[in-house]
Design a protein around this ligand. Structure first.
Ligand code: SF4
Length: 366
């Protein structure tokens, strides 16, 4: 089982079972500059989630949220930031572009204000570390120890397909929860008889949501059974509101650490939330190969290869160097509309009305 396929299938199952936002491959280091990437993040929505969705489908820059630009009187942009001017400028431009700020021109200067208060839209953050096969754990222990001592998220879980022994559990930090994932293999035969077990979804083709006509722009969809999560150990909540300790370098007999304030963690946490909101988990492409199919799993459309018998990563698995590659003849399949699928399956809004009260000036910022 490839980690990529495991990750996508787990994201699809989480999105199907839980409200909120599922995202994958997000940076979660504070001091060590992006060294830790979280495989999957699930964010519970707070009651303010819909207000966040009204603003923009994209991530709001952290510098814009943290600035002194408020919703009241428009303020000269340069006096509102406590960061490098270039970072401030980029944040203002982006916040204007996505409708979080609006602008007034006065005396040749740009004055900005927020179009709405930034809502605290997120509840609990769960981070999931994927390790389908515990026989090749790699850096697993270090990564989980970092997550627990930093406490950037509220809960951490290890997800695996392996049988989990007492010895495995003893090696993991106590607060880390453990899920064993049971999957049915994707069943092309069953699909060809029209017995799709999925719960529907959206793509750019006609049909496809009831499992009986799943052609997607010339790519035949296959069906699959849902994945089952067996909870081996529940995670213990981490003190996400307090300070944290981040190991930044390991030496023989010694580990260098950085101690992080609660404020520093809160900033990184907000950045994580916004990146998760903007990015989601459907950041994959589909292979330009005649053998490629799509698999519908828990309402999500995934790139599937019958030759390999699994979900594939078009970037790393596919291309003319693959022994099974077959060039496409005729038209290239139309892009599958993954954004439409995300909107249909979650509270994320692709094209919200926005919170701008009036049209900003037409002249370019700066
Ligand atoms: S390139 Fe290879 S792995 Fe990718 S879809 Fe084609 S046969 Fe499958």
């Amino acid at each position: 089982m490839s980690e990529f396929a495991f990750e996508l299938e787990l994201c699809a199952a989480l999105e199907n079972e839980r409200d909120g936002i599922v995202a994958r491959q997000l940076g979660a280091s504070v001091a060590s500059g992006g060294g830790r990437i979280l495989d999957i993040v699930h964010i519970e929505p707070s009651p303010a989630f819909d207000r966040r969705a009204e603003i923009s489908p994209s991530a709001i820059p952290a510098a814009a949220i943290e600035s002194d630009v408020g919703t009241g009187r428009a303020r000269y942009w340069k006096s509102c930031f406590d960061c490098h001017p270039e970072r401030a400028r980029r944040a203002v431009e982006r916040a204007l572009e996505i409708g979080f700020f609006e602008r007034e021109r006065r005396g040749g200067r740009d004055y900005v204000r927020q179009t709405t208060r930034y809502p605290e839209w997120a509840g609990r953050i769960l981070a999931i570390e994927n390790k389908p096969d515990l026989a090749s754990p790699g850096d697993l222990e270090h990564q989980l120890r970092l997550d627990v001592s930093l406490g950037l998220v509220d809960e951490v879980v290890l997800a695996t397909e392996s049988y989990v022994t007492r010895a495995h559990l003893n090696r993991l930090p106590d607060p880390v929860g453990v899920w064993r994932i049971h999957r049915e293999s994707i069943d092309l035969e069953r699909s060809s008889r029209g017995e799709n077990t999925s719960k529907g979804g959206v793509n750019s083709s006609k049909g496809g949501s009831n499992g009986t006509d799943n052609r997607v722009s010339g790519i035949e969809s296959v069906a699959s059974g849902a994945l089952e999560i067996e909870v081996i150990r529940e995670p213990t909540p981490l003190p996400a509101d307090g300070p944290g300790v981040e190991p930044v370098a390991y030496h023989p007999g010694r580990t260098d650490i950085a101690v992080l304030s609660a404020e520093a963690k809160a900033r990184v946490r907000r950045r994580l939330l916004e990146r998760a909101y903007g990015k989601g988990w459907r950041t994959y492409g589909f292979p330009a190969c005649a053998r490629a199919r799509t698999a519908r799993l828990d309402g999500a459309t995934l790139p599937y290869c019958p030759w390999l018998g699994r979900v594939v990563d078009a970037e790393s698995d596919c291309g003319p160097t693959c022994a099974g590659f077959e060039a496409l003849e005729g038209d290239t399949p139309t892009e599958i509309d993954l954004e439409a699928e995300r909107e249909h399956r979650t509270g994320w809004v692709r094209d919200p009305q926005g919170t701008k009260r009036r049209q900003s000036g037409l002249d370019r910022f700066g």
